[in-house]
Design a protein around this ligand. Structure first.
Ligand code: ATP
Ligand code: FE
Length: 371
């Protein structure tokens, strides 16, 4: 069974083709970051406009890359149905434009519905975070995570620790009380005035931290450890702390590189501290409940961070040297948004003949517990 999927929930316009034997025939990701860097964030009206102009080309390119004819070679059409990001306009003059983000989703949905209806092919609407969560079942074959497994989803809109018991049953063990980890990476990167890389401001922060300096940096005031002992995340406290440090150190422009880098590193480390603490709490909770977890999936855009991967691996070795927990990270290019994950997350539904009507609507508010 071969699926053509479309994803347009945030700022990338994506189309991909994947089949049920796990072959990825095409993966097209059209980035918009140049436009958004100019605004200092994702401005929804411009994101919608860019999706509208890019979407036909993304679909055409996916078919061309695969060498497929849509009528003959595609069996089903999938798209991202929800949820939409509540606060995507993260720092556009302090204004929020909440209605914009379902607008992004609807560009992809309308393309998918029209294609499916015109071609008389089955249609499936996918939960975006289920896509991130199930990616390793595609990419780590044959060493795929074994149910039940823990999933840490760290992305631009979410910080979720989930217990996955099947491809469509997820229980939320911990979620963000305020902003997501990805958003706080973005904000700190912006506060430090780092130049975005192709993967955005969070990736720029990681790259900046990894460079070496000659000079010794000054000591950085220790970061808060929010919600210690609780299964919940808070990242706005960390980026606020960077604000306080910058207030006391002076203008960013006047700081030397080693000082800026020390602030960035201290933030990155504090962010990972929090992930580690909650992960251990989650594992302990599963143990108490008699749920035997062996695998831990870490996915979403922030999971492409190599420093974070290394710290999490080490943390589990220290926590439980005898228990061989295995971490499963998707390849970096499938951690950030893509339509491969949407194709794959739709596959079990196509195979079970559990498809959606062409009248299906978006679901901008949609908990992953309600799949
Ligand atoms: P969601 O999946 O919650 O709807 P999204 O789709 O916008 O949000 P993703 O594409 O999964 O999010 O991830 C984007 C986020 O990942 C951004 O916040 C980005 O800064 C962050 N990110 C990407 N690469 C890195 C990195 N190397 N280190 C830290 N953060 C990163
Ligand atoms: Fe995402």
């Amino acid at each position: 069974f071969t699926v053509l999927a479309i994803e347009s929930s945030a700022d990338d316009t994506c189309a991909a083709i994947v089949d049920s034997s796990r072959k990825i025939h095409a993966n097209v990701v059209m980035k918009q970051h140049d436009i958004h860097e100019e605004f200092g964030g994702i401005y929804p009206m411009s994101a919608i406009g860019t999706h509208q102009s890019n979407m036909p080309y993304a679909v055409r390119k996916a078919l061309d890359d695969a060498g497929f004819d849509i009528v003959r070679d595609i069996d089903g059409i999938a798209f991202t149905r929800g949820p939409s990001q509540p606060n995507l306009l993260f720092f556009y003059n302090g204004l929020t434009h909440k209605p914009g983000m379902p607008g992004c989703l609807s560009v992809g949905m309308n393309a998918a519905k029209s294609l499916a209806a015109a071609l008389n092919k089955p249609l499936v609407g996918v939960h975006h975070m289920q896509g991130h969560a199930l990616t390793p079942l595609l990419t780590s074959w044959p060493d795929v995570p074994r149910f039940p497994f823990l999933t840490l989803l760290i992305s631009g809109g979410h910080t979720l620790l989930l217990l996955a018991t099947s491809v469509r049953s997820f229980q939320i063990l911990a979620t963000a009380r305020d902003e997501s980890i990805g958003r706080s990476f973005d904000k700190v990167s912006k506060l430090l005035k780092l130049k975005w890389t192709a993967l955005g401001p969070g990736d720029a922060l990681e790259k900046f931290c990894a460079e070496e300096d000659e000079a010794e940096p000054p000591p950085i005031p220790p970061f808060p450890r929010p919600l210690v002992g609780k299964l919940a995340y808070s990242f706005s406290a960390l980026h606020s702390h960077v604000n306080l440090i910058l207030d006391s150190f002076g203008e960013v422009e006047s700081l030397d590189k080693p000082t800026k880098r020390a602030i960035a590193r201290a933030f990155q480390s504090a962010a990972v501290d929090q992930l580690e603490e909650k992960l251990i709490l989650g594992l302990e909770l599963c143990k108490q409940k008699g749920i035997s977890v062996q695998d831990i999936v870490v996915s979403g855009g922030v999971a492409s961070n190599q420093y974070l991967r290394q710290r999490l691996r080490q943390c589990l070795v220290d926590f439980s040297p005898e228990t061989p927990y295995s971490f499963i990270f998707p390849p970096v290019h499938l951690c950030t948004d893509n339509a491969v994950m949407i194709s794959w997350a739709s596959m079990h539904r196509f195979l079970a003949n559990d498809t959606d009507p062409y009248s299906i609507e978006l679901r901008p508010k949609w908990s992953i517990e309600e799949l």
